[in-house]
Ligand binder design. Structure first.
Ligand SMILES: *Cc1c(COP(=O)(O)O)cnc(C)c1O
Length: 465
């Protein structure tokens, strides 16, 4: 029985469990976590180990890792090939800098990434998280417009979608469009030109049936053309806005954005941090519409969920604008201490190796079909407003009134209640407000896919009863 609770004999919870929980409550500050609520959790989930698609906590309980450890894990925990690659790399060197020198694993990975990326992306700039990959893309775009020939120094602004999420550093939050994350920081952020998003379920135009002017791409196209003389780049999460609650773009939207950027002579930055490496059923979300961005940000799944590594890919045309003698001052002055860390690069190479040896993308297709067939049944539940997503990325929006689409009062914390009920059944997931997210590792079996959907259904029924 997948996910069944199983107390492991070798766990010595009695000895260390209470001490660790106490130390966590005394010293830890968890990200995106209301800390009073966390300290009140009984029992708290504290992971000790992983095994394939499962997390094993300090009491030896097993949970199916239903959000792939926050969207990063692909082939499971403790994958022999990736474990081995990291160990081999440790036998060579754990870290050396990319500033003014090279490193074997980093070079090999750059070669591989450019080979699988959409056409034209021939340069790899490494960093260490999705947010830094986005900062790098924004800064490259900004500097590129000043240094291209002929220079376009007035092209300095960014166009981003409403409800966008691009990470938590200042530039990334500036282009982000989730008010709850930005509110307090507005004086600290730069202003962006905001385009409406394709949230059909709660249509911003009150139309509700596609295609409205937003979903068809008319509105964003108009915005891009209108602001072409002052815009450096458009940044977009291609095909699906993850953190917004899995908001899917209708077919053709992304292509419209690409065409408009080309016509307006504005760069297109694709933030593939969540969608990259097979998550949407293709290697990259851009592949669904066969478009190529000018800059592409990848992170999360790049190491198969092992180590912090990110990359910003760029075209040769962009790269060329940064060439010149040092005194010309065209260099891109940006870099992090652990940029292109060799252990991360070795893990990433092994991760991409599995895609080849196991034909991951092919194998994933029937699991994706099963996933959507099972999730479709949740649509019948009275508390489920919409089930949406793409590939192995799903969001289930909970509502108090299905007809009127009325949300539950925020203070009820419905999303959280549902995930706690799922956790008691052995499924670890995390909600985005009242959107329950399901984003399993690719290594789950079809039986486990069915089990996850039925556990979520039971959890939603229990909580909404
Ligand atoms: C998670 C995410 C980021 C930020 O990545 P971090 O590694 O958490 O900094 C950026 N963009 C998108 C689309 C994401 O989903």
């Amino acid at each position: 029985m997948p996910g069944a609770t199983n107390f492991m004999a070798e766990s010595n919870f009695e000895e260390k469990g209470p001490r660790l929980i106490e130390a966590d409550h005394r010293h830890m500050w968890h990200p995106f976590t209301p800390m009073d609520e966390w300290e009140g959790e009984d029992p708290p989930l504290i992971v000790e180990r992983g095994e394939g698609a499962y997390l094993i906590d300090i009491e030896g309980r097993r949970y199916l890792d239903g959000v792939s450890s926050l969207w990063v894990n692909l082939h499971g925990h403790r994958r022999a090939e990736i474990d081995k690659a990291v160990r081999c790399q440790l036998g060579l060197i754990a870290h050396s800098t990319q500033l003014g020198m090279g490193q074997t694993a980093a070079i090999e990975l750059a070669e591989k990434l450019t080979a699988i990326a959409p056409p034209g992306l021939s340069r790899v700039f490494y960093s260490d998280s999705g947010a830094t990959a986005v900062e790098v893309a924004l800064k490259i775009a900004f500097q590129y417009q000043k240094q291209r020939s002929p220079a376009s120094p007035n092209k300095s602004k960014f166009i981003a979608l409403n409800l966008a999420y691009h990470g938590d550093t200042a530039g990334a939050v500036s282009v982000g469009g989730i008010e709850a994350f930005q509110e307090i920081f507005h004086p600290f952020l730069f202003k962006v030109i905001r385009a409406e998003t394709t949230y059909c379920y709660r249509c911003p135009k009150g139309v509700g049936v596609p295609p409205c002017v937003v979903c068809a791409g008319d509105e964003i196209e108009r915005l891009i053309l209108e602001h072409s003389d002052k815009t450096a780049a458009v940044i977009i999460e291609p095909k699906i806005q993850g953190a917004a609650g899995m908001i899917v773009q209708p077919e053709g939207f992304l292509s419209r954005v690409r065409e408009a950027c080309t016509r307006a002579d504005v760069l297109l930055i694709a933030d593939e941090v969540a969608t990259g490496f097979g998550r949407t059923g293709k290697m990259f979300a851009c592949d669904h519409e066969e478009i190529a961005p000018d800059l592409m940000c990848v992170a999360k799944g790049i190491t198969g969920g092992y180590l912090p590594l990110a990359a910003t890919l760029a075209t040769e045309e962009i790269f060329d604008a940064f060439r010149g003698a040092p005194v010309e001052g065209r260099t891109f002055f940006h870099g992090h201490s652990y940029t292109g860390n060799p252990l991360g690069c070795a893990a990433a190479l092994a991760n991409l190796g599995i895609f080849e040896t196991e034909e991951t993308i092919n194998v994933l297709q029937s699991k994706i079909r099963r996933f959507w067939k099972e999730l479709a049944q949740l649509r019948n539940l009275p508390a489920v407003g919409e089930v949406r997503g793409l590939g192995f990325m799903a969001g289930i929006e909970l509502v108090a009134d299905k007809e009127k689409k009325t949300p539950f009062p925020a203070e009820m914390g419905m999303g959280r209640q549902v995930i706690m009920a799922a956790r008691r059944r052995g499924l670890a997931v995390r909600p985005l407000g009242d959107v329950v997210v399901l984003m399993p590792p690719y290594c789950v079996s079809e039986e486990e896919v069915t089990w996850m959907a039925s556990v979520l259904g039971d959890a939603i029924e229990e909580v909404s009863a």
